[in-house]
Design a protein around this ligand. Structure first.
Ligand SMILES: [Zn+2]
Length: 378
């Protein structure tokens, strides 16, 4: 993988991430394909809405259908029918958030499957091996994502463990090779909860190990948004300019713009897909809840300025009808639109950065995003 920093505008960055399976222009939003499927949208539609890279979740895929089956199809790309770049997480986050019984020790973590209660174990080495078998273009290290709130002493201990695990992941990564021809890279994850001192220790230690890229984890887990921005800004400033930066699990359109302004290149979040399936659509003027009665005979497209398939062909009233009638097409169209909007937002941000007008564009976009949100609140 090669990352080229193409242009900066203040702290905001435009870059190009080149993998053996294709190039990714940054800033980029990565749709989440938890179970090997971005919910309610087909791979060919993902191409059409402009997705450049998608996510897969190691924890879910490891438990079901299992790596052996995925290996038989030449890895995750072949299994799920997506030939572009993919990123997989290490599974750590889901172990800590989903599995019933878990035990953490210096060597790794054991957990009970949330499907059938069977006991499994992840170590730094095993999650690298699993991601080698999945064949993702970007792999993530095993980390512990501390809950919020957590006291400083816990965050400190957790961070020491995360740093040791990161070094072991890198050793395993260096000692193994890609299984399906296309190269793979490994990103580290900066942790440290809302404690600047620990975040700094984490970032400096991981940078000295020289990973292919750096993620900032453990944010958007319930902390005040001001803490999220402060930690993002602090970490980004400590990370090398020539490596990609990925803010994990964030967030709203507003969060994305604020974080791009603090030097972030990559994002993933279930918000556009999950909210779309709940009849909540994002527009340039803010969020709309299509279940709201005021859309009953609203024949305007979801977002009049959007050029997606859903907005070109259907009205708010039709989407509202589909949701009321529990028709599958409602989920599909809302997903197509929401992802189109998120990907448009990233492209517009990139254009603004390349044109040295990111600051003014961001302020204007944030004002627009606030208009419907306020109307809905009243
Ligand atoms: Zn649209």
């Amino acid at each position: 993988m090669r990352f080229t920093l193409q242009h900066t505008d203040g702290a905001a960055r435009a870059g190009l991430l080149q993998t053996d399976r294709g190039s990714v222009e940054t800033p980029v939003f990565m749709p989440v394909g938890t179970q090997g499927s971005v919910k309610a949208i087909e791979p060919r539609e993902l191409r059409e809405v402009g997705a450049q890279i998608i996510l897969g979740n190691t924890y879910h895929l490891y438990l079901r259908p299992g790596v052996e089956l995925i290996e038989k199809t030449g890895g995750l790309h072949g299994f799920v029918g997506w030939n572009g770049p993919m990123l997989t997480d290490s599974g750590g986050y889901q172990v800590f958030s989903l599995s019933d019984l878990r035990g953490i020790d210096p060597d790794g973590v054991h957990f009970k499957s949330h499907h059938d209660g069977s006991v499994h174990r992840f170590t730094p080495e095993s999650v690298v091996d699993i991601q080698r078998s999945l064949g993702s273009d970007i792999m993530m290290v095993l980390d512990e994502c501390p809950p919020y709130p957590c006291d400083e002493e816990y965050a400190e201990r957790s961070n020491q463990l995360t740093l040791k695990w990161a070094a072991r992941c890198l050793d395993r990564f260096s000692a193994t090779t890609a299984k399906y021809g296309a190269g793979q890279s490994l990103f580290a994850i900066v942790q440290g909860s809302v404690y600047g001192r620990i975040r700094e220790t984490s970032a400096r230690a991981l940078v000295s190990l020289d990973f292919d890229g750096y993620a900032i984890g453990g944010l958007s887990v319930g902390e005040p948004v001001s803490d999220m921005y402060a930690m993002t800004e602090l970490c980004a400033a400590l990370l090398p300019a020539q490596k990609p930066r990925y803010l994990m699990g964030v967030g709203t359109p507003q969060n994305l713009l604020e974080s791009i302004g603090r030097g972030i290149d990559m994002f993933d979040c279930v918000l556009p897909t999950r909210n779309g399936r709940n009849a909540m659509v994002f527009t340039r003027r803010g969020r709309l809840n299509l279940r709201n009665a005021k859309f009953t005979d609203d024949l305007a497209p979801v977002d009049p300025e959007c050029g997606c398939y859903a907005c070109r062909n259907f009205s708010r009233a039709y989407l509202r009808h589909l949701f009321k009638a529990r028709e599958i097409l409602g989920l599909q169209l809302a997903t197509i639109h929401n992802l189109s909007f998120y990907l448009w937002l990233m492209n517009a941000a990139r254009d603004a950065i390349l044109g040295d007008r990111f600051g003014a564009w961001k302020e204007s976009a944030l004002r627009d995003l606030a208009s419907e949100d306020q109307a809905e609140a009243h």
